[in-house]
Design a protein around this ligand. Structure first.
Ligand code: AMP
Length: 404
């Protein structure tokens, strides 16, 4: 298919797509849109950055435009992802749409959400916890919601939302269309799909356990206490926006503070920040007000910031699958990206799990201890000083506070 014309979309939607400069459907859109328009349930797997949001958003909006009644619900694991989805929905609906929307996420004022819900929205995007909250209070009714999208379902289950999801399903009509998307397909996802989807059509793009080809990947074997210096060296060497992944919320804050002290424009993003702070950080990063975002996995999942050029895995992820999701933050929509992972002597098990996931048939590589450079300074740090770059004033203190 050459463009979106073949789907027979409403003129409103065609106009919005032209305005958004979406001329050609991406492969996942090409597969999912006609099936969803025909009314099928879908079990979709696609790597992040493939245009998966519009793959469900376009048919959803088309259905809402054609049917004067009923509403649609989109469930998403994180608030940031929700914001991206509702933004795409608004763009697709176009300005002054008669279709009202509600954005129901945790951490935001209930008052604003009550108002949105009283206005009888036909499209609701939200996170499972807050959606349940409104269902229990009676401020949200789903008896006329015949369209359901579950985005990043694997992540929702990882985050412990299974019970919340099952509760939400109970409030919905049994006769409905469900579009379920997941980056990976572990057993619990298949079980959920069997239980709640009706003869779903499978759509998939690429392999789920691969990192996009346009990402240049490096691994640095390093001792734990050398990581901060190496990070600074990497940040000096790399131009453009960078996302640095760390394990804990505490470390994210602490590292952002230390990097600011060492002259970098940086902010932290994690699940403990108040929602308006999270919004401000994301807005600033999108506008390129600062270059380096320090994030935990929970906050960064699914983020679509096209200008992220580099991913730095300061700490390896707890779950091997998150390695692929982290990589997906760069090289969005076919752009080039690069990534570097710091692998310390304590990371043997985690690193092997990542290797197994990426390449299940290969023999594991031998895990040798990171070389300790002679003297106190690492090779890179010496290089930086020869280049006249500042020496770090203080080391970043590691902490074992609670994970994100
Ligand atoms: P997603 O995988 O939904 O996060 O989308 C990744 C990026 O691709 C986003 O910046 C979208 O705006 C963009 N995108 C999605 N579909 C298209 C399309 N058909 N043409 C151009 N860009 C697109």
């Amino acid at each position: 298919m050459k463009n979106f014309d073949g789907f027979g979309l409403s003129p409103v939607l065609a106009k919005s797509l032209a305005y958004m400069k979406y001329t050609k459907p991406t492969p996942i859109q090409e597969q999912a849109i006609p099936l969803a328009l025909e009314g099928h349930d879908i079990m979709g797997t696609a790597q992040t950055g493939t245009g998966k949001t519009a793959a469900f958003a376009i048919p959803l909006v088309e259905k809402l435009l054609n049917d004067p009644q009923g509403s649609a619900l989109v469930l998403t694991p994180t608030r940031e992802l929700g914001k991206q989805i509702i933004d795409i929905m608004h763009q697709l609906l176009g300005p002054k749409s008669a279709i009202k929307t509600a954005f129901i996420i945790g951490g935001e004022s209930m008052g604003k959400q009550f108002n949105q819900l009283r206005a009888k929205p036909r499209l609701i995007v939200g996170t499972p916890g807050r959606i349940n909250d409104h269902l229990e209070r009676g401020s949200l009714k789903l008896n006329d919601t015949h369209l359901l999208v579950l985005d990043e379902t694997d992540r929702m289950l990882d985050m412990g939302f299974t019970i919340q999801l099952e509760r939400i399903f109970k409030y919905m009509p049994e006769k409905r269309q469900t579009l379920m998307f997941s980056a990976t397909l572990p057993k619990n996802i298949l079980k959920l799909s069997e239980k709640y989807l009706n003869d779903p059509k499978r759509v998939a793009v690429g392999e789920t356990n691969v990192v996009a080809k346009n990402i240049k990947q490096d691994v640095i074997r390093i001792e734990q206490d050398k990581k901060y210096d190496e990070l600074m060296s990497q940040l000096y060497d790399r131009k453009g926006s960078v996302i640095v992944f760390v394990k804990t919320k505490y470390n994210a804050d602490r590292m952002a503070k230390n990097l600011r002290r060492d002259g970098f424009e940086t902010e932290a993003l994690h699940g403990d920040l108040r929602q308006n702070k999270r919004d401000r950080v994301m807005q600033g990063f999108r506008k390129q007000d600062f270059r380096v975002l320090i994030a935990t996995d929970i906050a960064a999942r699914g983020l679509d910031v096209p200008h992220i050029e580099h991913v730095i895995n300061y700490d390896l992820p707890q779950v091997a699958e998150d390695f692929i999701h982290r990589m997906g933050r760069t090289a969005r929509a076919g752009a080039e990206g690069s990534a570097v992972s710091f692998v310390s002597n304590q990371d043997g098990r985690k690193w092997h799990a990542i290797e197994r996931l990426l390449n299940p048939n290969a023999a594991p590589t031998k895990f040798e201890k990171a070389p300790r450079p002679s003297g106190n300074k690492s090779r890179k740090q010496d290089g930086r000083q020869q280049n006249g770059r500042p020496t770090p004033k203080r080391r970043f203190n590691r902490s074992k506070k609670k994970a994100a």
